[in-house]
Ligand binder design. Structure first.
Ligand code: GLA
Length: 397
């Protein structure tokens, strides 16, 4: 990935000045399945990212070479979509569509696409890809945009990064998942050394410093892959909407589950069908856990923060039912390891990764415990790494 500009020359021929843009993946620390309920989330951007090395040209064609798939594919801007595009081409196609509808003048380009965010692992490779694609379009259309944070490129087109996040989210909706705003937002607004607390209703946000000298963020990939588009995600979302709709009868100010306190939920939960009740209980309590996590981090109480992560997982497993035997096993191994403060699944669930908060001197012990037990018991090979919180998307070159 290091020298994507050189790869551009190898694939498309040398000689032209190459621009490089980057959209990072993310890990969500807490606040799962709260975003599309108007609630709070606390993700951080990762060092792992999707990058595009591009050279604009005057034809209205976008041609991409994917390093991962060793495949070339093209589409016309504003033209008929290709008959059967590879799945990976659908993302930049959708991004081009939403940007054009927003009034952004688009210009064609050729680009090499590469990334090290594992696909389908709950670390938002698709949001990273949408954001990187959006930056590629912004830079291609205005080559005078200097290297720097995404904000500069967005503002050169009269857009805010908040708006750009919303546009990338609608691109994702067109590809198939009715996702919330968290992933695209954090990919654009990440801050080195910090998590971000985002209010998904009004998109106000606050960086929260992470004390990496006292606790590391350890990500463990279960190796289990399940496509979000399988419908389970969209089904959860509808169940939440149904719950909010039923609770509105008791209080007309309830628009989304974000507006339901634990007390109000408890007073009226018996009016909800069984499954909807459990889904709502997760969202309402998870939202409260994010608020408590802000307090815990603010007062340096990492033990308390860790317990909130544990409670989040249990709620996702029992009430939201988006965990699975492999994620549960990883969480159990982590919780049984001295120096692990808390552990939970991260992202949508149904496979993917766990995130654990770990005392620095216990990271190795956790790694050994996982290597000793996980594959033998689950049949899947785990991947374990730590990541510092990284900056959000940028034009790198
Ligand atoms: C996926 C979606 C997000 C969010 C999470 C669950 O990552 O893209 O919007 O809903 O799942 O918290």
């Amino acid at each position: 990935m290091a020298d994507l500009a050189t790869r551009f020359g190898e694939i498309f021929g040398p000689g032209e000045p190459v621009r490089v843009v980057r959209g990072p993946g993310r890990v969500n620390l807490i606040g799962e399945h709260t975003d599309y309920n108007g609630g709070f989330v606390m993700p951080m951007a990762l060092e792992a990212a999707v990058r595009l090395a591009l050279v604009p040209h005057d034809e209205p064609t976008v041609t991409l070479w994917s390093e991962q798939f060793a495949e070339r594919a093209s589409f016309q801007l504003g033209g008929e979509p290709p008959a059967d595009p590879p799945h990976w081409l659908r993302y930049p196609m959708a991004v081009a569509e939403v940007l054009a509808e927003e009034g952004v003048a688009l210009r064609g380009f050729r680009a090499v696409l590469d990334g090290d965010v594992p696909v389908g692992s709950g670390l938002s490779s698709s949001a990273a890809y949408e954001v990187a694609s959006a930056l590629a379009f912004l830079v291609a259309a205005k080559v005078e945009i200097a290297a720097g944070p995404a904000k500069v490129a967005a503002e050169a087109h009269g857009l805010s990064t908040e708006r750009l996040a919303v546009l990338c989210q609608s691109a994702e909706h067109r590809v198939g998942v009715r996702c919330g705003i968290m992933d695209q937002f954090i990919s654009l607004h990440g801050r080195k050394g910090h998590a971000i607390v985002l209010d998904c209703r009004d998109l106000s946000y606050e960086p929260v410093p992470l004390p990496s000298d006292r606790a590391k963020v350890v990500i463990i990939d279960s190796g289990v892959r399940r496509k979000l588009t399988s419908g389970a995600y969209n089904e959860r979302r509808s169940q939440c909407e149904e719950g909010a709709g039923r609770l509105r009868k008791f209080d007309s100010d309830i628009e989304q589950l974000r507006d339901v306190s634990i007390e109000v939920f408890q007073a009226h939960e018996s009016a909800l069908p069984q499954i909807v009740r459990r889904r709502c209980r997760h969202v309402v309590t998870e939202n409260a856990r994010v608020i408590q996590s802000i307090e815990a981090l603010g007062s340096g109480d990492l033990e308390r923060f860790g317990k909130l992560l544990d409670a989040s997982h249990d709620s996702l497993r029992d009430d939201y039912e988006v965990s699975g035997p492999e994620l549960d096993l990883l969480v159990r191994i982590a919780r049984g390891t001295e120096g692990v403060l808390g552990s939970r699944l991260t992202g949508a669930g149904f496979g993917g990764c766990t995130v654990s908060l770990v005392r620095p001197d216990a990271v190795e012990t956790l790694r050994e415990a996982v290597l000793a037990r996980y594959q033998e018991q689950s049949g899947y090979e785990p991947r374990i790494w730590t990541s510092e919180a990284a900056d959000g998307a940028a034009v790198e070159v």
